[in-house]
Design a protein around this ligand. Sequence first.
Ligand code: NAD
Length: 264
Amino acid sequence: MTGLMHGKRGLIMGLANDKSLAWGIAKKLHEQGAELAFSYQGEALAKRVRPLAESLGSDFLIDCDVSNMEALDTAFAQIEERWGKIDFLVHAIGFSDKNELRGKYVDTSLDNFLMTMNISAYSLVAVTKRALPMMSAGGSIVTLTYYGAEKVVPHYNVMGVAKAALEASVKYLANDLGPQGIRVNGISAGPIKTLAASGIGDFRYILKWNELNAPLRRNVTIEDVGGAGLYLLSDLSSGVTGETHHVDCGYHVVGMKQEDAPDI
Ligand code: NAD
């Protein structure tokens, strides 16, 4: 199975380092012949992202903070200028004040609620709107979400509410863009130790709990997520849109602690 993405070009948003979910997806896309551009948030990340992009044959790097609409306009203008069209987009971005990713949801501040919703949910709408004119021949957009959107996961708090909005956005965007042959889907990934995840209170406990209680009795890897990303971004999933696809070793189907799971 080679060359599934041959001749396709796309933008990866949200690569921070080689632990990022975006990296798992980018590697699989590159293996299958895709041409990639990367956006990153601020110069501090550029020195990490550049060598990773180069290792996948890309010199196309764009500085873009998704909470800044002018920065988004500039970023997409750069892609338009260099490529004219794109076939796919990966949105792997989320952020909240880590002081509110512990304790109780009821204590969420208005400022952090709005910021979290803006960066973690609205930004999918903002990037989709700007990608549209470059997807005249159809396309595929994938975002990353988490089970905390569906069920309460202690400490996930406002991020769970933002992910619920993100998953609803996937459905509304899929319906808006379907007539143009553009598909929009989400991957609901199981917990993986990344920079963003390290901000979540008691994340090690969440990891252990999932490992012991998921049907596959392990945690997912960024390679697992990458494989699902490749499927959703390639023509293999040509009939799939508006979907939240779980890549969580089956954790979301389980209703209670496994009999063989030790206490932790
Ligand atoms: P990560 O830290 O590697 O990636 C998060 C990215 O978001 C970083 O590249 C960061 O620069 C970017 N970002 C944050 N604010 C931004 C802004 N204003 N503008 C532009 N970029 C911004 O962590 P990750 O875990 O790979 O996160 C990627 C996505 O996967 C997130 O949406 C996250 O919620 C989701 N996710 C993660 C897990 C997990 O357990 N790690 C599970 C399910 C879903």
